[in-house]
Write a protein that binds this ligand. Sequence first.
Ligand code: ZN
Length: 149
Amino acid sequence: MTDQEVHRRLREFVQAYGPPRAPGNPAETASHVLAEVTNHSCGDSVSVSLHPAGQGFSVRVRGCSICRAAAALAEQLIQPTEMGRAQCRAALTYLNGGQPPEEEPAGPDMLHDLALVRHLPARRRCATLPFEALEEALRLQVPQGVPEG
Ligand SMILES: [Zn+2]
């Protein structure tokens, strides 16, 4: 695949997923930020707030279009559970050049277009940042070693 083709398909992905849900819900903006991760090479920054009792999370992005689209996808894919942490790790493995995840919902179909960043090492972290932030937030929020119900 040529670089031009990669960029074209990434643009389509970005347009399809767009920005994450707009901030502005007072409950969301007031919630405690658990994790914030910054990509110092391009200035992208992702922060994650988790709502109590596993009611979900909000992801806020200051960053480029790939980072915003990746955050929107992560919001759709990742559940606020220990399983969600595993999904984050599987997505990170894939985006960083490893094997695609075996199980839905973070399966290869959903991540396939975002994984085009595998061809663009300089942009790879733009795509991984939201998953890194979510993994960190879930690590802090979800008790260790508690089995899924
Ligand atoms: Zn970026």
